[in-house]
Design a protein around this ligand. Structure first.
Ligand SMILES: Cc1ncc(COP(=O)(O)O)c(C=O)c1O
Length: 529
């Protein structure tokens, strides 16, 4: 049998060679059993080299090819060759694109090493002692998590508020449910906005409440939001949950105001960040900031906000090809709790999706800027159209939370940039727009559905944040699980359409939406669905 056929090594060539997380940020013990190197600039892959050397390769000492020689014997029999570990040759890790570690388990130095790793409490990242088992963390996942922590601004060693960390999950919903499960127990109380992603509402109503958690829904939007939260506070309130910009109404929550009323009622956050979730009395203030991404909104920079959550399926990944979620916090005990839920109930983001997420993050800055530049043009056209009753886009003067928007949307500006800084990117307001078609009840419903169906450039699909534009009708799709009276109380009208504006040429998008609306200006539009 040819030696090369026994080499369990796969190299893909991908034309992508820009910098990633520095190697020093990834813990050293990455001896996963099945690394997949995705790199343009690897030296010749081992399989290629051994094939070109023909039979001579059979003579090669396998151990000399191993990066970490182990005391194992050189395999001789076919079955053992199949089942054995064949590492790539030294230097492969110098690939500019990060390797994907598919391994479910990691080699241990000795039994004591295994015992040490099992004694540890759950933590977001591994330490220098290495990885043990992928359900408790793995290198590709950790590299992407470190990058998100950096983008959330919690990676500064000199920050007096302390360092923070991110944990990655296999969906945005998993990151939401894990954060809630890490904190809430039967008898606790939690406050949620009426306008919240449909899945979050469904978890709260179908699970949290059945597990004995008391829940109050409030109108979180605009200047009255903080007072509405305050009116719902109780002694046993453990979670104050927000989603801003809200899906799908695009209303904004005054996060500093909410944190302020929490301070007034429960005391400041300073002394409670390091407390175990069951000991601290101050509720956790959690923000789902999926629609803005950290490009626009670094919520952990706001004093009194404890937890930042994202569906990384959306803008963070950016290509509609990954399901992922992220939780970031500066509170170590909270993250230990989340890591425990991840280990026992949920699962960490898998290696391939971690790789794709990290790859998407590398263009987040430029993508977000273009999303915003396109979206304002579409929003302005919609505002002028006679069949549109109202448009909700934070960049429009007509947006009910316009003042808040200017404080919230940072457009990738660094802390040391003044507004008039030449290098400061122009102010933009993200890629999400919602608008309400003219009409009431059944007429509005039919019209909204027909506008979605008439589009030819914008795709009719749920989800958001990808390079391509998407359109959906929340009342019959993403938010149908929220009772109608609650939807309406939160501003979700039957005729509301949600747009995720992509990176196409703005003119094409404007034309497409205008055409689709124009077609609804006659009776024919109202026949369908
Ligand atoms: C604001 C928001 N949060 C969370 C989620 C859930 O994310 P995922 O679909 O990745 O589970 C979504 C999904 O659309 C969302 O829009």
């Amino acid at each position: 049998m040819k030696f090369s056929s026994a080499i369990a090594f796969l190299a893909l060539t991908v034309q992508d060679a820009s910098a990633f997380a520095p190697a020093s940020s990834i813990a050293p013990s990455t001896r996963a059993t099945t690394p997949l190197f995705v790199a343009a600039d690897l030296e010749r892959p081992l399989a290629e080299e051994t094939a070109s050397n023909g039979e001579a390769a059979e003579e090669m000492d396998l151990k000399s090819l191993r990066r970490d020689p182990t005391p194992h014997a050189k395999p001789v029999s076919f079955a053992t060759k199949c089942a054995s570990l064949y590492s790539s040759k030294p230097g492969a890790e110098r690939a500019l694109a990060p390797p994907v570690y598919f391994g479910s388990t990691f080699l241990l130095d000795d039994a004591g090493h295994g015992a040490r790793l099992h004694e540890k409490r759950e933590a977001p990242y591994t330490d220098d002692d290495g990885f043990v088992y992928s359900r408790w963390g793995s290198p590709t996942n950790e590299a992407a998590a470190l990058q998100i922590a950096a983008l959330e601004g919690v990676d500064n060693d000199n920050d007096p508020r302390g360092l923070g960390s991110s944990l990655l999950f296999n969906s945005g919903m998993s990151s939401i449910t894990a954060s809630l499960m890490a904190v809430l127990r039967a008898g606790d109380h939690a406050i949620f906005p009426y306008t919240v992603y449909g899945g979050t509402h469904e978890f709260v109503s179908d699970f949290a409440q059945h597990w004995g958690v008391e829940v109050t829904f409030v109108d979180a939007a605009g200047k009255d939001g903080p007072a509405n939260y305050k009116a719902a506070f109780r002694e046993n309130t453990r979670v104050v949950y927000t989603e801003t910009p809200a899906n799908p109404t695009m209303r904004l929550t005054d996060l500093a105001g909410v944190a302020g009323v929490v301070d007034e009622f429960y005391g400041k956050a300073d002394n409670v960040v390091g407390m175990h979730p069951t000991e601290r009395k101050r509720p956790y203030v959690m923000v789902d900031g999926t629609f803005a991404s950290p490009y626009h909104q670094k919520v952990l920079d706001i004093e009194g906000i404890d937890v930042s959550i994202h569906s990384a399926t959306k803008f963070l990944s950016g290509h509609s090809d990954v399901l992922a979620g992220a939780v970031t916090s500066r509170s170590e005990p909270f993250l230990h709790g989340v890591a425990k839920v991840q280990k026992l109930i949920s699962a960490p983001l898998n290696p391939m999706d971690s790789f794709l997420l990290a790859r998407g993050l590398r263009t987040l800055d430029v993508r977000m800027q273009r999303h915003g530049e396109n979206a304002i043009k579409v929003a302005r056209m919609l505002e002028e159209h006679p069949l549109v009753q109202s448009v909700f886009y934070p960049g429009l003067d007509s947006h009910p939370d316009r003042e808040l928007a200017d404080g919230i949307f940072r457009s990738g500006r660094d802390d040391d940039m003044e507004d008039d800084d030449d290098e400061a990117p122009p102010q933009t307001y993200g890629g999400m727009i919602s608008f309400i078609v003219a009409g009431e009840g059944e007429e509005a419903l039919r019209r909204a559905r027909n506008v979605c169906e008439n589009l030819r450039v914008v795709n009719l699909a749920v989800s958001l944040g990808g390079v391509e534009s998407l359109c959906e009708h929340p009342a019959s799709m993403t938010h149908t699980m929220i009772p109608r009276e609650q939807r309406v109380a939160g501003g979700l009208h039957d005729g509301l359409i949600r747009l995720s504006i992509g990176l196409e040429r703005a003119k094409d998008l404007v034309h497409d939406l205008k055409n689709s609306l124009d077609m609804c200006d006659d009776e024919g539009c109202d026949t369908g669905f």
